[in-house]
Design a protein around this ligand. Structure first.
Ligand SMILES: Cc1cc2nc3c(=O)[nH]c(=O)nc-3n(C[C@H](O)[C@H](O)[C@H](O)COP(=O)(O)OP(=O)(O)OC[C@H]3O[C@@H](n4cnc5c(N)ncnc54)[C@H](O)[C@@H]3O)c2cc1C
Length: 640
């Protein structure tokens, strides 16, 4: 944007954001907060001429966060950054323009992605064609991966996910998106933005890809830093981290905005593998690389945070720091915290340096089958076929893990998809390891088998193309509304037949809860954790990750056509359906990036015994709570 444009665009009415009363809904006696329940209309049509924005606010009524007894006294930080338009603290037009000059014109006005469809203008077709395409969504600030975080009560700019060309009525509005965002290209852009929000007491949000399941990458009333365009990538044949004695080989270095696909496309021609996840559009250095980061290489090479070597960051005081395990004590502690303690919490990541792995083939066993349809109503808890296939997988899981084999398993009411992935130069080994599982599935009476095959992919990109086939990829939809819940299932649950039976019970019970209450009934059983890296001391990640053989995920989706009462039911169902797994794992945990945003016992569940130490680091580096996100370390509570 040129400065005359910004002068014009910044003639926004100084309109206060509306604080909303948070309502509470109850399901099975469990309180659940609504992130954005009511709204007030204030049109600001002068911005782009063709649509209005609703100004939205976040809940203002403090319900009081509940704290686990083990961390009593670990109070959240006070949330200081509360300036809203029309208050004296809000920058004047000239101040915005001056700020914009200091960041080379990178201050942008946010336009919701689907705005052209509400205006009936040319750009609409590009949106409707790509509405459920995650890469298209990540390439603009004005879209999130999930409709939940584009909307705020009735304020949104949604299309119908499965029929995006259907006519829309109503008004396109910003929902939870920031009015302005900084399209950051350099560390200087980030530093200047932190100084600006600090000076004006404005809330900050940081967005990379917008994949976050908790909506932690945007916030109403905030000035957003969008890191997606920080695209540098570099390969170091040898690398010496600052202050360290040893020299490492095969080190990758990427800017904060590089996606998983961009990372492997850069490093694959160099003969190197990166420990990315299952989806190409997820960022590497943001929430993924700071919250954990599991994927098909996880059991062999560990999480993304296990492979982290050094970070370049900007802390809340605006200072640039290079941090690693050899840094002076406090910076080393910050490095530890940013290896698993979560994105958006401790500092802004600028550059992420990590261990690469010389490429080996990815050998895959792929099995897909549909189940016999029972006469009458399906009761999954009574379904012998569901129990048998889940038992077969669970009974083999310890063996699979011991070889560094990863697994993505989707069990649905009427079918299953089971993928086992072994990175190895021995392309026959996977057949030996899976022979008993294969025999069981191949001979199981009544299964309608649609795929039962072994593949060897010599390149990571080939594996990824395979995983994009609709029967697999449809298990991770975007461009819809979503509810998720998750749980780590520790090794002990796989060790003896009696334990496995309890595990099987939990899976079918969870599926049945979901199935009969509008959640769809699917269970996702991921075996992509860090089995080869049992020691957690170097990272701030939830220790429960290390001990888990499965991460189970329950999920349900909604679209713009789904009435609010049904969306609420889906959310409650998905929260409740994780109950059987919680009952099996008292004191256990969940991956902070793939959990339930309504989780009450979030400190214990997402961070485990690392919570207190992470909070100390937070207090040290961000005492005023400049970085504040939903159920992140130091979260200010329900009045955020
Ligand atoms: C379709 C899909 C597939 C997924 N697959 C996997 C998977 O295979 N493995 C896995 O581990 N997870 C997976 N996830 C979860 C994923 O790890 C999280 O959604 C993660 O938060 C994404 O990080 P991001 O930076 O891309 O997203 P964003 O939503 O942009 O950011 C997430 C969080 O990180 C913060 N953040 C972003 N950039 C920075 C930065 N530069 N500095 C500081 N904070 C920053 C944000 O403020 C926010 O709090 C998946 C999610 C989806 C939706």
């Amino acid at each position: 944007m040129h400065s005359d444009e910004i002068q014009a665009l910044l003639k926004v009415k100084a309109t206060p954001r509306v604080h909303e009363d948070e309502q509470e809904t109850r399901f099975n006696g469990k309180p659940q907060s609504k992130r954005c329940s009511t709204w007030l209309l204030v049109c600001d049509c002068i911005l782009l001429g063709y649509f209005c924005f609703y100004w939205n606010g976040l809940p203002s009524l403090r319900l009081g966060a509940t704290f686990n007894s083990s961390i009593e006294g670990s109070d959240p930080l006070r949330f200081n950054y509360t300036c809203v338009p029309s208050q004296a603290c809000w920058p004047t037009t000239n101040q915005w323009a001056d700020f914009n000059r200091t960041i080379n014109g990178h201050l942008k006005l946010t336009v919701p992605w689907a705005a052209p469809c509400y205006a009936g203008s040319d750009g609409c077709q590009q949106v409707t064609t790509n509405y459920m395409n995650s890469s298209a969504r990540t390439s603009q600030y004005g879209a999130m991966e999930f409709l939940d975080w584009e909307s705020c009560g009735l304020s949104s700019c949604m299309l119908n996910s499965f029929s995006p060309s259907a006519p829309v009525d109503g008004t396109c509005s910003l929902g939870r998106l920031s009015t302005y965002h900084v399209e950051a290209h350099t560390a200087n852009d980030v530093q200047k933005t932190l100084n600006f929000v600090r000076a004006h007491d404005i809330r900050l949000s940081i967005k990379n890809s917008g994949h976050d399941y908790f909506g932690r990458s945007n916030a109403a009333n905030s000035l957003a830093i969008w890191t997606r365009n920080m695209k540098n990538a570099r390969y170091h044949k040898t690398f010496q981290a600052t202050g360290c004695q040893s020299t490492l080989e095969n080190v990758g270095e990427i800017g904060a905005g590089i996606s998983a696909q961009e990372a492997w496309e850069f490093f694959e021609p160099l003969g190197m593998l990166v420990t990315v996840g299952a989806t190409g559009s997820v960022g590497v250095a943001g929430g993924y690389g700071q919250g954990g980061g599991h994927g098909p290489l996880g059991p062999m090479y560990g999480l993304m945070v296990d492979n982290a070597i050094e970070f370049d960051v900007i802390t809340a005081d605006g200072r640039a720091r290079t941090i690693n395990a050899c840094s002076p004590a406090e910076d080393a502690e910050l490095f530890w915290a940013m290896r698993g303690g979560g994105g958006g919490t401790f500092a802004v990541m600028i550059s992420y340096k990590f261990q690469l792995h010389p490429a080996v083939p990815l050998n895959v066993y792929s099995f897909q089958a549909s189940f016999p349809v029972p006469e009458g109503q399906l009761d999954i808890t009574e379904s012998v076929v569901h129990r048998d296939v889940i038992r077969a997988l669970a009974s083999n899981q310890a063996l699979f893990a011991s070889h560094g084999m990863a697994g993505y398993n989707f069990v649905l009411p009427d079918h299953m998809v089971s993928l086992q992935i072994l990175p190895s130069t021995n392309t026959e080994l996977i057949k030996n390891i899976t022979s008993s599982y294969n025999k069981f599935l191949s001979r199981y009476p009544g299964l309608n088998i649609t795929e039962n095959a072994y593949y060897t992919f010599h390149k990571f990109s080939e594996w990824y193309a395979f995983a994009q086939t609709p029967s697999i990829a449809r298990n991770g939809p975007v461009g819809v509304g979503i509810s998720e819940s998750g749980r780590f299932l520790p090794k002990r649950l796989f060790s003896r037949p009696q334990a496995v039976e309890k595990l099987v019970d939990a899976v079918v019970t969870a599926m049945q809860i979901s199935f009969t209450n509008g959640g769809g009934g699917a269970a996702q059983l991921y075996a992509t954790g860090p089995f080869s890296q049992p020691v957690n001391s170097g990272t701030g990640v939830n220790p429960a990750f290390r001990d888990a053989l499965w991460e189970v995920i329950m999920g349900g989706i909604w679209t713009s056509n789904t009435p609010e009462s049904v969306r609420r039911q889906i959310r409650n169902t998905i929260s409740t359906s994780i109950g059987p797994f919680k009952a099996l794992t008292p004191g256990g945990g969940c991956y902070m990036n793939e959990g339930d945003w309504t989780e009450e016992n979030w400190q214990q569940t997402f961070f485990g015994s690392n919570y207190d130490r992470l909070l100390e680091v937070k207090r040290l580096f961000d005492p005023s709570g400049l970085f504040n996100c939903w159920k992140c370390i130091g979260w200010s509570g329900y009045d955020e």
